[in-house]
Design a protein around this ligand. Structure first.
Ligand code: SF4
Ligand code: SF4
Length: 346
C-alpha cells in the first residue's frame, strides 16, 4: 500500500498508463479509439470513487449542484469526439442544432471580447503566479453556464469530460463563493482526490500524445462548435493532425498546463517535491489547510492524508481491475457519486 501522497499519485499515474497501454487497440479505428476514450474516462471516475471511499472523504457534491458548471472546461480532442458520438446516438438533430447555436454564441463572445474567464484562468488580479483555474485551482469566473448544463444537470453525463469527473469539492460554500465571483479563502478540493485525478488524467492524455494524437487543450464549447460545423476535424484527428483551430485552444498559458507534451516531466518534478498538504486538522467537510512550504516538512504519510484507512484497504493500483469491466460495461458508468446526474430528457 502506498504510504504517502506522492506514492499514491505515482501509483495512480503508472497504473492508468499501464492499463491504457494494455488496452490500446491493435487497429486504431475511430470506433476503437472512442471506445478506449470512454473506458479510460470511466476508469478515471472509478479510481476517484475508490479513493473517496478508501479515504472516508465526504465531498459536498450532490446531484443538481452545478456551481462548478460555470467554470471554463478544457478538453482534449478525443473527449470532444466521444461527446459527438454520444450526441449522435442520443440527441435529436434539433437539439444538436440548438447546441451549435449556443456554442457559436460562446465562441463569438470569446473571440470578440476579452474573456473574463481568460483573466481568471491566468490568475486573479495581483496574483499572476496562480496556476490555471479550470478544474485545477478554481478562480472566480463570470456566470456563463456550460453549454451542456440543462435544468441544473449535465446533459452529457455518461460522456462528460475528464475535467468534470476530476473536480469535486469539500465545501459547497466555497463553490458558491466562486459562482458569485468571490475568491474562496480556502482550497476547494481534497488534496488526495485532486492529485489522484491529476495523475490519472495526465496518464490518459499522455498515452494519446505518445501515440501521436492531438495533445492540444481546447475550450469545450469552441471545440464542440468546430466539430459540429466541420467533419474534417474528425478526419484530421484520425490522421494524427491537430483537430481544431488555434482559436479553440485553451486560454490557459501553455507553461501552466499540467498535461501538455511536457506534462510528464512536470509531473515527475512535482513528485520529487515534498507532499503538499496535511489534512488531519481539517474538520469533516472542510477544505484542507494551505500546503506547507517546500522543504518545511517531510512527505505526509498517506495515513494522515486520507485520514482513516480500513484494515485491508484496496490499493489504488487495484482499481485498474475495473478496466476490463469498463470496456465491456453496457450499463451507464457509476462515475463519481458526487457528480451530477443526467436529466431525464436531453
Ligand atoms: S464541485 Fe461539487 S459542491 Fe461544488 S458546485 Fe460542483 S457539484 Fe457542487
Ligand atoms: S460537461 Fe456537464 S459536468 Fe461538465 S461543466 Fe458541462 S454540464 Fe457540467
Amino acid at each position: 500500500m502506498p504510504d504517502s501522497l506522492q506514492d499514491i499519485t505515482t501509483a495512480v499515474h503508472q497504473s492508468t498508463l499501464r492499463t491504457l497501454q494494455a488496452a490500446w487497440p491493435d487497429r486504431e479505428t475511430g470506433s476503437a479509439l472512442m471506445d478506449l476514450t470512454e473506458a479510460s474516462l470511466n476508469h478515471l471516475g472509478e479510481t476517484l470513487t475508490g479513493f473517496t471511499q478508501i479515504a472516508g472523504l465526504k465531498t459536498a457534491c450532490a446531484a443538481g449542484c452545478f456551481f462548478c458548471c460555470y467554470l471554463q472546461v478544457d478538453v482534449r480532442a478525443h473527449e470532444v469526439f466521444l461527446i459527438l458520438r454520444w450526441l449522435d446516438k442520443n440527441w435529436t438533430a434539433e437539439a444538436v442544432g440548438a447546441l451549435l447555436v449556443d456554442a457559436r454564441r460562446v465562441r463569438a463572445r470569446a473571440l470578440t471580447e476579452e474573456s473574463p474567464s481568460h483573466s481568471a484562468i491566468a490568475g486573479a488580479p495581483g496574483d499572476p503566479g496562480q496556476p490555471p483555474a479550470l478544474r485545477e485551482e478554481a478562480q472566480p469566473t463570470p456566470r456563463q453556464p456550460c453549454v451542456f448544463l440543462r435544468n441544473g444537470h449535465c446533459s452529457i453525463y455518461p460522456v462528460r469530460p475528464g475535467a468534470c469527473r476530476r473536480y469535486s469539492s469539500a465545501s459547497l460554500e466555497a463553490c458558491g463563493d466562486l459562482y458569485e465571483g468571490i475568491e474562496p479563502t480556502q482550497g476547494i478540493q481534497f488534496p488526495v482526490l485532486k492529485e489522484a485525478g491529476r495523475a490519472a488524467g495526465t496518464a490518459i492524455h499522455n498515452t494519446f500524445i505518445a501515440k501521436g494524437y492531438d495533445g492540444f487543450s481546447y475550450q469545450l464549447p469552441l471545440a464542440i462548435a468546430s466539430a459540429l460545423e466541420d467533419p474534417s476535424c474528425w478526419e484530421r484527428w484520425l490522421k494524427k493532425e491537430k483537430a481544431f483551430p488555434a482559436s479553440a485552444e485553451s486560454t490557459v498559458p501553455s507553461h501552466l498546463h499540467f498535461s501538455q507534451s511536457e506534462s510528464l516531466t512536470q509531473l515527475q518534478a512535482a513528485l520529487r517535491s515534498p507532499a503538499p498538504a496535511r489534512v488531519t486538522s481539517a474538520p469533516a467537510g472542510e477544505p484542507a489547510p494551505v500546503p506547507a512550504a517546500a522543504g518545511e516538512s517531510p512527505p505526509t504519510p498517506a495515513s494522515e492524508v486520507v485520514k482513516t484507512l480500513p484494515p485491508q484497504p484496496v490499493s489504488p493500483v487495484a482499481t485498474s481491475r475495473t478496466w476490463n469491466q469498463s470496456l465491456s460495461a453496457t450499463s451507464p458508468p457509476q462515475g463519481n457519486p458526487a457528480q451530477k446526474k443526467p436529466p431525464t430528457s436531453a
